[in-house]
Each structure stands twice: as C-alpha cells, then as structure tokens.
Write a new protein. Sequence first.
Length: 267
Amino acid sequence: LPPSPGSCYQRAKQVLHAAVPDRLQGRERETGILRQFLRDHILGRRPGSLYVSGAPGTGKTACLSRVLLDCKDELAGSRTVVLNCMALGSPHGVFPALAQHLGLPAATGRERVRSLEKHLTAQGPMVLLVLDELDQLESKGQDVLYTLFEWPRLPSSRLVLVGLANALDLTDRSLARLGAHPAGSPRLLHFPPYTKEQLTRILQERLGQVAGDPVLDSAALQFCARKVSAVSGDARKALDVCRRAVEVVELEVRGQTLLKPLPGGES
C-alpha cells in the first residue's frame, strides 16, 4: 500500500523524539571511555568511581544508557542499580532506595548505612550504582556524597559508582576531602556542548530514517543546528525545534487538504 498522506510527518516526529539511538553521533570518545571504565572495574573486579559532568542535552545519560545496553551480556554477572536522584525526595533517600534494590531488610538511620556497607564489602558479585542528577544529593556537610564516594575505597568493596550531573566542579566544590587521598578522588569525564556540525549530523541521521523526500530542508537543519549550538549545544533542544517545525508543516498540509475542491465541482 502507498503511504497515507501525512504518514511521513508522523514518522519524522517519531524519529525526532529524544530516545536513545543505536549510535550516538559526536560522542564516540565519551562512549569508549565509559565502556572501558565499566569493563576495567566490573569485569576486573576493581571498585572505583566516575563522575560524569556536562550541561543538559549533551548526551551524558543517553551515552551511559547505550553503553549499558551494549554491554548487557558482559555485565550479566554483576548487579546494576540505576537511580534518578531527582525522584528521591531528599538526599538521605538514596540509602533506602539502594537497600530496596539490593533486597536488604528494612532499617533506619545509621543502621541502614552500616547494613549497606556490610553488604557491599561481603563476598558477592560486583555492584554498579548509577546515580543520575547526582547534584540533588548535596546536603549540609555533604555527608551523603562523602559516604557514597568513600564506599568504593572500603577494604573488600565491590562497588563501582557512576554519578552524573550538570556541574563541572561538583567534586572540587563538594568533595574536596576526597582529593587528600590520591586513589580516593573519582575519575572525571566531561561532556562538552555539541557543535554545529555534530548537531547537523544528529538531525540528518534521525530524519534519514524517514523514507521518501526529505521532510525538512538541509539548509533548515543547518540553521537550527547553528542557532542551538550558539546558545547551549543541547541536542534535545535541536530535536524539539525540528519536531515542532514538522508539526507546523503537518497542520498546514492538513488544512490545504481539507480546503482542496472536490472532483466534479462540488462545493
């Protein structure tokens, strides 16, 4: 069957949603570093921590999600816990959330932290803890962040911690004490804003999945990429702008179709 009128617009809107693609344009270096870090620490049974920084829309969460999907079989022998700290309610809420994911009995306060420490230093598979929106765990005295980042340094620890946040200086600002221990500071990985060329390739690759004539002109994609890269380098913003443009065109085409005169001169 030939495609129905407007189906190309529906398909274009689908591919322009900010889902995790099979391949992340312009993030080959960062993806490789993340993959190697997980292999070195999870498969090598070496506890450690990694702090991933970058402004919104620079691909931090998408890259890590892609790597976790690609390495699913390799990491099958370990335990992976992914928490979005924005949903925890309070910084100390990370401890009961982690305990629940690990199947530990209910406890409160310091007892819960001790129970987690005991679990993470006992015999067992490596535990990968991913904390998105890590800056939500900042608290008075930074006791929550210090506790989490000190766990991989405990004797016999089997924890690998990966934290993601927008701020480039969170570890310097909030975890200064960790720098006193050469092996204690988390490894840092920064995601810079996307360039105009990278954003153009991202948009072209997404819309290249739509069959038929291009839905958006190449010059329009480059114009969008140039404007977004000058302001933020946020790939999600570029995708959103193009998706809205497709919606506008779709509405115009639909209006023209409704107003088109019927065959035979009927009104």
